[in-house]
Design a protein around this ligand. Structure first.
Ligand code: GLA
Length: 382
C-alpha cells in the first residue's frame, strides 16, 4: 500500500469537506499466468500488488453526492435517484456503475462524497478499474453497513464493468484486488470463485513488469468479441464453458468454426492447462518449467488469441535473448500494457536498462519498469 497516496487523499478530503473520511486502499493486480481463461470458467493465477487506488469516503448532508478523481483533477456532482451511464470512457462510470448495481440489489445507501487517487498507470493491464470499483463498493458497504460479503462485492464491481463501462470482463481482476494476500498469488478457479493461495518466494528470481506505455482500451470491442467467440464455440460443443473442453472435443467441430475462432478456442483450452501446470511447477519449485509455460502463454496470446501488439512482442523477444529471463509474456487483456518477466534478481536492473534502450530505439518512446510486491487486498486503512 502506498501511505503517501492515502495521506494525500485524506488531506484533500478534509480540506474539501471538512470531515475525516473512511480511508480505503484497493490494489491493482498482476497475473502470473492464465489469461482470457476467467470468462471461460477456467483457472487464473493473479496477485494483488502494492500499487492501487486510495479512496476517502464519507456521508454527505447536502442532498447530493460528489466524487473527485484527483489524478484527473475532475469533480462531478450527482443524485442517487438519477444514476445512469455517463459517456463511454469516462471515469464516473466506475462510480455510477457500482452505485447502480448496489441499488439493483435493493440495498439502500445515502448520499456520500468520495475522493480517490491512484498510482497504477491507466491502461497498464494492472486493473486500475477493478481497484477503483472495489474501493467504491467496499467504502459504501462500510459507510452504510450494507452487510455485503466480499464475494457479493466483487460481483457488484464486475457487473458495474459490464453494464456501465461496457467491458464483459471475467472475475479475475475484481477477485485478486479484493482477496489479495501479502506475499501470495491466488490460484483461482473462476467457476467456483474459490482460490488456493501460493506463497511466492522465487529465491534468486523475481517478477518484474515492463510497461509498453501503449494504452489498451478493453471496451474496444475486441475483448467482448473474443468472449462471444468463446461462448458460441461452447454452445456448439454443448458445454457450459471452454474450461470443460479438451483439444479432442474441439477437433470434432473443426468444420463448423472459422480457422481463427478455432485457434482462439484452442488457445483457451491450452492456457487453462498451462495454468494448472504452473501451480504444480511452483509447488515443485521448478522455475524453468514455470518460465517456459509463461513463454508459451505469450506465444498463444500473440499468435492464436491475437491480443498482443508489436511493442509487447518486442519486449518478449528481448527477454528471450537474455538467458537470465526464465519467462516473459503480455499480461491482462492485451493490446498494450505490461509484460510480466520472471528474471534472476541479480540481472533485473541490467536487463531493464538494455531493454529500455532497445525499446527506445525501435519505437522512439519510453517503456517503464516496475518492481512490485505482492500485497493485501482491498482494506480499510483507518
Ligand atoms: C481483463 C479482464 C479480466 C481478464 C483479463 C484477461 O483484465 O478484466 O477479466 O479477462 O483481461 O485475462
Amino acid at each position: 500500500m502506498s501511505e503517501i497516496l492515502v495521506k494525500e487523499v485524506q488531506q484533500k478530503f478534509i480540506k474539501t469537506f471538512n470531515l475525516e473520511p473512511l480511508l480505503i486502499f484497493s490494489p491493482g493486480r498482476i497475473n502470473i499466468i492464465g489469461e482470457h481463461t476467467d470468462y471461460n470458467g477456467g483457472f487464473v493465477f493473479p496477485a494483488a500488488v502494492d500499487k492501487g487506488i486510495a479512496a476517502g469516503i464519507q456521508k454527505s448532508d447536502t442532498g447530493s453526492c460528489t466524487a473527485i478523481a484527483m489524478d484527473l483533477d475532475s469533480t462531478i456532482h450527482f443524485e442517487l435517484d438519477k444514476i445512469k451511464p455517463s459517456k463511454e470512457g469516462s471515469w464516473e462510470n466506475y462510480v455510477f456503475g457500482v452505485v447502480a448495481e448496489i441499488q439493483n440489489r435493493n440495498k439502500v445507501i445515502g448520499d456520500f462524497n468520495i475522493i480517490f487517487k491512484g498510482n497504477i498507470p491507466g491502461g497498464a493491464g494492472m486493473s486500475s478499474s477493478a481497484a477503483l470499483e472495489n474501493s467504491v463498493v467496499f467504502g459504501l458497504n462500510k459507510l452504510f453497513d450494507l452487510g455485503l460479503t466480499k464475494h457479493e462485492m466483487i460481483l457488484i464491481s464486475q457487473k458495474a464493468e459490464h453494464n456501465y463501462v461496457g467491458v464483459n470482463c471475467g472475475i479475475m481482476d475484481q477477485y485478486a484486488s479484493m482477496f489479495g494476500i501479502k506475499d501470495h498469488a491466488l490460484h483461482l478457479d473462476c467457476r467456483t470463485v474459490e482460490s488456493k493461495p501460493y506463497k511466492i518466494d522465487f529465491k534468486e528470481h523475481q517478477l518484474m513488469l515492463i510497461n509498453t506505455n501503449v494504452k489498451h482500451s478493453l471496451s474496444d470491442s475486441a475483448y467482448n468479441d473474443r468472449r462471444s467467440a468463446c461462448e458460441s464455440i461452447s454452445e456448439l460443443l454443448g458445454i457450459k464453458a471452454l474450461r470443460d473442453a479438451t483439444e479432442e472435443d474441439l477437433e470434432t467441430i473443426i468444420d463448423k468454426v472459422t480457422p481463427s475462432n478455432y485457434q482462439k478456442a484452442l488457445y483457451v483450452i491450452q492456457e487453462n492447462a498451462r495454468t494448472i501446470k504452473a501451480a504444480k511447477a511452483i509447488e515443485n519449485n521448478d522455475l524453468e518449467l514455470l518460465g517456459s509455460l509463461i513463454y508459451q502463454s505469450h506465444a498463444g496470446l500473440s499468435d492464436q488469441y491475437k491480443v498482443s501488439c508489436d511493442e509487447l512482442d518486442f519486449l518478449v523477444t528481448q527477454a528471450k535473448k537474455n538467458k537470465y529471463v526464465l519467462g516473459a509474456r503480455m499480461m491482462g487483456g492485451g493490446f498494450g500494457g505490461c509484460t510480466i518477466n520472471l528474471i534472476a534478481k541479480t540481472e533485473a536492473k541490467a536487463f531493464a536498462e538494455t531493454v529500455a534502450t532497445a525499446y527506445k530505439s525501435k519505437f522512439d518512446k519510453e517503456c517503464s519498469v516496475y518492481f512490485i510486491e505482492l500485497s493485501q487486498g482491498t482494506h480499510l486503512v483507518k
